[in-house]
Design a binder for this molecule. Sequence first.
Ligand SMILES: NC(=O)c1ccc[n+]([C@@H]2O[C@H](COP(=O)([O-])OP(=O)(O)OC[C@H]3O[C@@H](n4cnc5c(N)ncnc54)[C@H](OP(=O)(O)O)[C@@H]3O)[C@@H](O)[C@H]2O)c1
Length: 186
Amino acid sequence: MAKLIYSAITSLDGYVADMDGNFDWAVPDEEVHIFINELERPVGTYLYGRRLYETMVGWESAHTLADQPPFMLDFAEIWQAADKIVYSKTLETVSSARTRIERDFDPDAVRQTKARAERDILVGGPDLAAQAIEAGLVDEWHLFVAPVVVGGGKQSLPDNVRLQLELLDERRFGNGMVYLYYRART
Ligand SMILES: NC(=O)c1ccc[n+]([C@@H]2O[C@H](COP(=O)([O-])OP(=O)(O)OC[C@H]3O[C@@H](n4cnc5c(N)ncnc54)[C@H](OP(=O)(O)O)[C@@H]3O)[C@@H](O)[C@H]2O)c1
């Protein structure tokens, strides 16, 4: 059975984007990116909210841009090789391969996907991830905390959810980001 992992880069006060929608402070540098590449290499499927998909779909053509460093090309390959499910009521078409649209988030369908999948599944976009967390579907958390407080915006974790977590690993990076790897306590 595959694990469902929530991954996000968040401010210290728990936001993935500030009140103006900016998240330039969350862009990983080379060291963090190389680390993320290794975390995401085994991922077989991404579950995306439409907004995060619209940010990530640039990776479909990242290899065609001039002067991309090897760690970016590596991530583009990892991303392109995985399946993607985009949750959206508005998106009409997708602009990446191995991608399909789901019109509703059905926890039972995700449970079945987890049971069938041989490779782990990553959920992203806090709105979508909140639904997976509330449904008790998330097994592990990969959180990168950026050294910034932004005072408000889009929360990385939903309100009104209580979770007991076990810290499995952590790592600090030269740019001040910290990686926290948790598992749900059962
Ligand atoms: N910190 C970082 O590293 C980082 C990286 C990238 C982006 N961001 C920012 O993160 C934010 C993403 O926030 P978000 O929570 O709005 O994004 P999200 O979860 O990626 O996307 C939300 C959208 O997903 C669709 N959706 C969610 N639940 C659904 C359901 N049950 N059924 C069908 N469709 C569903 C809806 O799309 P429709 O409206 O199409 O129905 C909804 O508007 C943005 O502000 C983005 O700029 C941060």
